[in-house]
Design a protein around this ligand. Structure first.
Ligand SMILES: NC(=O)c1ccc[n+]([C@@H]2O[C@H](COP(=O)([O-])OP(=O)(O)OC[C@H]3O[C@@H](n4cnc5c(N)ncnc54)[C@H](OP(=O)(O)O)[C@@H]3O)[C@@H](O)[C@H]2O)c1
Length: 283
């Protein structure tokens, strides 16, 4: 796999992972139009050698986790599923916050049930809201997850949609193995945080690595892609792998062809000239 492996606590995963959000229906609500195609993507993820799937019971809700279970349970040795809690869904497709102790416990129990496991490999506490991270103490919800970890329901803890200050606060309470925030070639607010986490051996998992719902577009990116006879997606993923060894990829796709393209494309080695041209995008 491009990028090799990384160890999250005691779990070794391929740095090239898969983000399962795109498998739910439009607006990340309800079932996909073609459930068999979604199951085929998940089986191809494993067939290609990817051992890290990022998911959430909020996708659908429950749809993505149940597809993962249907496609892959009993899970192959070495496959690790990462989920997140802290938001739920309303009938309009909104993502209301759900961080009260009983809401977090229910979310963990539902993830266990829907994924069909006795303990969750890694649970990210998702803070902030759809607009991004919001300052404020995370102590209460993080301590709730820590208690669930101590009960044996969770192996490792992580954070998502957080500020650097919240990362530091969590680390003063208990170890975390990853931070999952919005970051890509064009959106680089976490540069300093990535470097700090790399020094601590903590993974940084950029969500929207390809731009999410609005694909990355930049003249510099297109120019580098054309020069290297690659797609802009391949360049964007290769850039993330080269940016720092603690970066893990979770690009999303609902297409087997795109999945294969992305795995092959991320193996591109960018030259110093490529990197210099790409550097301008996020500045
Ligand atoms: N923690 C959080 O708050 C949070 C928020 C958002 C997402 N996430 C996680 O991050 C993961 C990645 O985010 P994402 O999937 O929203 O965004 P993304 O990976 O940046 O981009 C996915 C989009 O790119 C398209 N795409 C992928 N490969 C392509 C290719 N080779 N050619 C053309 N189009 C391609 C996909 O369309 P096709 O389906 O047509 O390929 C999809 O529309 C999610 O799956 C989820 O697990 C976390």
């Amino acid at each position: 796999m491009p990028g090799g492996t990384w160890t999250l606590g005691d779990l070794t995963v391929s740095r090239f992972g898969y983000g399962a959000m795109q498998l739910a229906g439009p607006g990340v609500m309800g079932p996909p139009a073609d459930p068999d195609a979604a199951l085929a993507v998940l089986r191809e993820v494993v067939a290609l050698g990817i051992t890290h799937i990022d998911t959430s019971d909020a996708y659908g809700p429950h749809v993505t986790n149940r597809l993962i279970r249907e496609a892959l349970h009993p899970y192959p040795e070495g496959l690790h599923l990462v989920t997140k809690v802290g938001a739920t869904r309303d009938p309009q497709g909104g993502w209301p916050i759900a961080r009260e102790p009983e809401q977090l416990r229910r979310a963990v129990e539902e993830n266990l049930e829907n994924l069909g496991v006795e303990a969750l490999d890694l649970v990210n506490l998702r803070l902030g809201d759809a607009m991004g991270p919001a300052a404020g103490s995370l102590a209460e919800p993080f301590e709730t997850l820590l208690a669930l970890q101590q009960e044996g329901l969770i192996r490792h803890l992580g954070l998502s949609n957080v500020t650097p200050e919240q990362v530091a606060e969590a680390q003063s309470i208990a170890p975390i193995v990853c931070v999952q925030n919005l970051y890509n070639l064009a959106y680089r607010r976490d540069d300093a945080l990535i470097d700090r986490l790399a020094g601590q051996g903590v993974a940084y998992v950029p969500y929207f690595p390809l731009g999410g719902f609005s694909p990355l577009q930049s003249a510099a990116l297109s120019a580098v892609a054309a020069r290297r006879d690659a797609t802009p997606m391949a360049v964007a993923l290769a850039w993330l792998l080269q940016r720092s060894p603690n970066i893990l990829l979770i690009p999303g796709t609902s297409s087997v062809a795109h999945l294969r393209e992305n795995v092959a494309g991320a193996a591109l080695t960018l030259t110093a000239e490529d990197l210099a041209d790409l550097e301008a995008i996020g500045r």
